[in-house]
Every structure is written in C-alpha cells, then in structure tokens.
Design a protein around this ligand. Structure first.
Ligand code: NIG
Ligand code: FE
Length: 405
C-alpha cells in the first residue's frame, strides 16, 4: 500500500518530450511511498491503488517543488542604506570601492550572534518556502576567513536539518577581498588561504558540495579564480562561478574549462562563452532580482543561450546587496518580463534546470518514479499563470518528501 495518492490533478512532470516541453500530464494522479514518487499515471488508471492517505486536488496543477539554486541567505544586517545611495546615483561598484557592499555585510555578519544569524536566515527561508521552494542552495561568502566561512556553512546546514527543505551549501570564500587584503601581497595571501586552507578544511568536514567565486573587476581576476578552481578540483569539489555580471571577464569560458555546474548572472556573456558552456554542460543561472535591483540595462543574451543549447535556470540570488528578494513567483515573472523567457522556460528554470545546476537532478526537479516527492500544488487554471502574476502567493500545498509542510 502507498503512503499517499494525489488525485484529480494536472501534472507538469518537467520530463520534456517533443512538443511537450513541460511533460504535461492532464487528469493525472501521483502515488507516493517512503517520501518518494512511485508512480505518475492517469487518474483513472491509479484509482484502483490503495494508499493510507488520498488527497483530491480538485483539478489543481502540480509541479515539482521549486529549486532556488543561487542564494546568499545567511548574513547579518541589511543594506537598505545602499538602496538609498543607489537611488541617489551611486553605482554598485562605487559603493563597493568605498568600503560598502559585500564588505559591510561581512562586518555586520561577524557582529551577529549565532542565534541572530540563524533566526534571520530562517525567516527568509520560510518566505521562500511559502513560495514553494523545497530545495535551496546557500552560499557562504560573508565571512572571508576560514573560521567565519565555516561558521556560515554550519549555520546553513543547521537550518537545513531543522526545516522541511533540502539545503545544499557552497563555499564562496572568493566573494570579495577582505578590506585589509585588497592589494599587493596580502591579496595573494588571501587567495592562497582559500586554496590551501579553506577549501581543504571545508572539503574534509563535508560542509559544502561546491565552490563558487566572483570573477569581476571589483572582485577576483580570472587568474585568481583559476587558483581557487584548481584547489576545488584537487579536493574533489565541483565549481560554479559568478560570471559576466558587470563586465565580460571571459568567466563563462573559464568556468566551462573546469566543467562548472553553473555560471551565474551572465549579463555580459558573449557567443564564445555560451558555446563553451554548452560543450561543458554548464547550466546558465539567470538572476533577474539582481538585474532589477541594480537597475542594469544589459540583459543576459537569452537567444545566444537558446541557440547554443545551454540549459537555463533562474534563482532568487537572495542577498542583502543586490537582490533582497523573497518571492520565487516574482523571480519567475521578472525572468519573463525583464529577460524574455517564456513562462515554460521560467518554470523549467526553477525546477529541472535548477536541479541540474545543483547536481541534484537525479533526486529532484521532475515528477517521475524514484524522485523525491517534493511537490507544489497550484490553484491556477493554467500553468503559465506562474510567470504571469507579479508576486503571486505561493502554492496551495507544498509537499516535501511526501508530507505537507
Ligand atoms: O550575486 N555578485 C556578487 N554577489 C552577490 C552580491 C552580494 C552582495 O552584494 O552582498 C550577487 O549579486
Ligand atoms: Fe550571487
């Protein structure tokens, strides 16, 4: 006997087939046992199966639980002051160079107690979960020394243990140079510390499943990123990269050379970068919240990505500086309205392609037998409403490992 049977629903399995990119399965039912999907079939076909709990969905749409594959969720303070500064004309780069930006969040994060860090991150996590998120990536990057980076990864892991959500952690020690190490030999010492101390320590403790870096004129050079990536590879950790956000540093090609799981942002990506990503199977993670908050004008070249055949994911990039966003539906809408994704692409971007970006596609991201029973039940008449409403409320039901939560 199954644990649960969802009946009377229309399902977007997200298993694409020719002419059916979302794998739509109308008038369906979903069987669940031991937290996993055991069968997706016609409602009439599955009617004969017995389950401990039967949940009629009243003709609602069911998608995989949403996957938010790029967040900086754990941090102290806010940067509401910078929002005001930008409105008065300052750019993100100018604020960063003047000691604000990531550096100011590093200071606020160091000043926050463990309880404060956890409670504020938990509140943000709850908002995203209410929006249907069942898997989330959380980066460090506001510590910038070994102990502080580990503290952030531990906080992220702890939240994941207490909440009905899958948390994947990423070491982003190469997010910014610590204020005392911006130039000269100290800069080199910091990169060396990431490569020789932080990555081995985090890998040994099993505290992160990938390593990220910020390749940009105000952050790390391509050569420095290579040193970080080489160390990640030596320690068995896959990589991802904040690439071509504010300028073209050829970060996407660099990421592809290291078979990165994803290259993220990509506003300034060129054709060679898109081609290299396609060849390496690197997922493009687009972050419309940061584009919107920074009032950027250059959009990521979605056509280049489509033509090259790169899988496109979208994510909240939830962070205090460039994307204080807590609503996945708003991200889907922005991906359509600002970047020109179709609603179908936006839905794939927060399910199967986001799962790919996290290396989790064997577990989540589609509705098929063997995958985790992480599901969202949406009270909409057509699925494209997910990219249409501006900041719509979350799903009617959010199911994590087979249970409502
Ligand atoms: O994804 N681009 C770099 N990192 C973040 C911003 C972090 C911050 O400003 O605190 C991003 O946009
Ligand atoms: Fe980011």
């Amino acid at each position: 006997m199954w644990d649960r049977l969802l009946t009377d629903c229309h399902v977007a399995t997200m298993v694409a087939s020719p002419g059916n990119p979302l794998g739509l399965f109308p008038n369906a039912a979903i069987g669940i046992a031991d937290g996993k999907i055991v069968r997706v079939g016609k409602r009439t076909e599955l009617a004969g199966f017995r389950a401990k709990e039967v949940t009629p969905c009243g003709g609602a749409w069911v998608t995989p639980g949403l996957v938010d594959c790029h967040t900086h969720l754990v941090f102290g303070g806010t940067r509401a002051n910078e929002h005001a500064m930008r409105r008065a004309g300052a750019t993100y780069e100018e604020i960063a160079k003047a000691g604000g930006g990531i550096a100011s969040t590093v200071a606020a994060t160091k000043a926050a107690s463990a309880d404060e860090l956890r409670d504020t991150a938990r509140r943000r996590l709850h908002a995203l979960m209410q929006g249907g998120v069942t898997s989330i990536e959380i980066k460090s990057g506001y510590g910038l020394d070994t102990a502080s980076e580990i503290r952030l990864l531990n906080a992220a892991r702890a939240i994941g243990r207490d909440e009905p959500v899958r948390v994947v952690t990423t070491l982003l020690a190469a997010h910014a140079l610590p204020p005392e190490a911006k130039e000269g030999p100290a800069r080199d010492v910091y990169v060396k510390m990431i490569a020789e101390e932080m990555i081995p320590a985090v890998a040994k403790a099993g505290l992160a499943t990938s390593v990220d870096a910020f390749c940009e004129s105000i952050a790390f050079t391509p050569a420095e990123v290579e040193r970080v990536f080489t160390a990640a590879r030596a320690n068995g950790l896959p990589v991802r990269l904040h690439a071509e956000q504010l300028s073209n540093q050829k970060g996407a090609e660099l990421a592809a050379r290291y078979k990165a799981l994803s290259a993220d942002h990509l506003e300034h990506l060129d054709a060679a970068g898109a081609k290299a990503m396609a060849a390496a199977g690197t997922v493009a993670v687009l972050l419309p919240g940061a584009f919107y908050a920074l009032n950027e004008k250059k959009k990521p070249p979605v056509d280049l990505l489509r033509d090259a055949g790169v899988a496109v994911a979208i994510a909240s990039d939830c962070n205090p500086g460039t994307s204080p966003v807590l609503n996945p539906q708003l991200i889907m809408n922005m991906a359509c309205t600002l970047f020109g994704l179709t609603p179908e692409e936006a839905i794939a971007g927060m399910t199967i392609n986001a799962a790919r970006a996290l290396g989790l596609a064997h577990e989540v991201g589609t509705i098929e037998a063997g995958k985790a029973a992480d599901l969202c039940v949406w009270r909409v008449s057509e699925l494209s409403e997910l990219g249409y409403w501006i900041g719509m409320p979350g799903p009617e039901r959010r199911i994590f490992c087979g249970q409502d939560s």
